[in-house]
Design a protein around this ligand. Structure first.
Ligand code: NIG
Ligand code: FE
Length: 407
């Protein structure tokens, strides 16, 4: 048993369901002078001020600091080869994201580097990224494939993710073969979609290497109909939907997310009121990616409109070599505060419970409650207001992952 005592404030949501509307903020409790008892890799009990504490073999003194659940990053593309630093100056000279992609850069550039990387190389890089994330308080991560774009290389990415899981990383895998049209199918997205549906998806589903299927529904990438075809096929094969939607243009991706009752819809920078309504109706979690907005310099998703409409909001990094080369979710929390104008409690639920729910882990992750996974962060911060206010520093003091104090 491990007793974490002398917690100044324990800030946590409760339950296993995403928080929406006013509850996204009000559902976050501040428990003063708290303590947490951990048994193995699970939380055994939470104590408030004045409650008698049990004896434990190990005691960790939180020295009056803020403690939260470990952060969940519910949207990353972190298994990839190469980097894309040379594209930045093109962007600064005015080249658009889709323009770079159509010229064979962007995702297709990373495709070449990912295909030529060995599984071991990809594993070493990915595990280093996850270690760095952990040091920033992120204990659970979703990872998408989508830089292989053929059966062999998508499976290679998914096997790397599987190896990360086998080696103790808390990771959820998503298949994203519909991330771009690979060179073999240049100019024929329909044919690539058929290849995905008839050849790749059945193998992926059979392999058990993916939990979700994601598609990039965007002008010049996949249309609503193509995205629907991929996601419906995946759903029939047992992979629920996620959708990159309305990142650049609102072509109907968020409406499709609602229709498919997708688990989550991602980006949503350009979402319109029809899209917001569809997400609310479909019970879709909005995974917002403010560091990508920052990096693309193209405006921010209307988070407040979504919260007001009752859409549960999660905040994630989108870590990838193109549109977000940062894996610092704390920076995303700052942006959520300043750019989305979300309240500190809303932001905390966005990176804990709502994010966990966006990857199907609401029952076991995202809150500090008896029975949940013992993933906690001790912060060099007195309260959550401070956490979202300070910028550019890593405010982690200690991390407890699966019951082990690791920093
Ligand atoms: O979520 N928007 C599409 N996909 C990624 C970017 C991937 C890349 O540029 O390599 C994203 O931002
Ligand atoms: Fe993404």
């Amino acid at each position: 048993m491990l007793l974490i005592k002398n917690i100044g404030t324990l800030a946590t949501a409760r339950g296993a369901k995403p928080l929406a509307g006013r509850m996204q903020n009000d559902g976050v409790e501040m428990i003063r002078d708290a303590a947490v008892l951990v048994n193995g890799d699970r939380i055994a009990a939470v104590f408030g001020a004045g409650e008698p504490l049990p004896d434990a073999e190990r005691v960790f003194d939180a020295e009056g600091k803020l403690v939260t659940a470990g952060l969940t990053d519910a949207h990353t593309h972190l298994v990839f080869g190469g980097w894309r630093q040379h594209e930045v100056h093109l962007k600064l000279r005015g080249a658009g994201y889709l323009e770079i992609l159509q010229a064979g850069g962007g995702i297709l550039n990373t495709l070449v580097a990912t295909r030529s990387a060995s599984e071991d190389e990809l594993y070493d890089r990915a595990s280093a990224f996850l270690d760095e994330m952990l040091m920033h308080g992120i204990t659970t991560v979703e990872i998408k494939s989508g830089y292989g774009l053929d059966a062999e290389n998508e499976l290679k990415q998914l096997r790397v993710i599987k190896r990360l899981i086998n080696n103790g990383y808390d990771v959820v895998p998503t298949f994203m073969g519909a991330h771009a049209v690979p060179p073999e199918f240049a100019g024929d997205a329909d044919a690539y979609v058929e290849y995905l549906c008839n050849t790749v998806l059945p193998i992926v589903a059979e392999s058990g290497l993916a939990k979700y299927c994601d598609a990039f529904c965007e002008t010049g990438v996949f249309t609503v109909e193509q995205s629907r075809r991929v996601l419906e096929t995946a759903k029939r094969l047992g992979l629920p939907s996620k959708i990159h939607a309305d990142e650049i243009d609102a072509i109907g991706g968020s409406v499709l997310a609602g229709e498919l009752n997708a688990v989550s819809s991602e980006h949503l920078i350009a979402i319109d009121s029809r899209g917001v309504e569809a997400l609310a109706k479909g019970g879709v979690i909005a995974c917002l990616l403010p560091a990508t907005s920052f990096y693309l310099n193209k405006g921010y998703a209307p988070a407040r409109d979504m919260i007001e409409a009752g859409v549960p909001v999660a905040i994630c990094t989108d870590f990838n070599p193109g549109s977000c080369p940062s894996l610092n979710l704390q920076f995303c929390m700052n942006l959520g505060y300043l750019k989305y104008r979300m309240m500190p409690g809303e932001i905390l639920s966005a990176v804990t419970l709502n994010a966990a729910c966006a990857i199907g882990l609401g029952e076991t992750h995202g809150t500090v409650e008896a029975g949940k996974s013992a993933d906690l962060v001790v912060w060099n911060a007195p309260d959550i207001d401070y956490l979202v206010y300070r910028m550019g520093s890593n405010l982690v003091s200690h991390i407890i992952r699966k019951g082990e104090v690791i920093l």
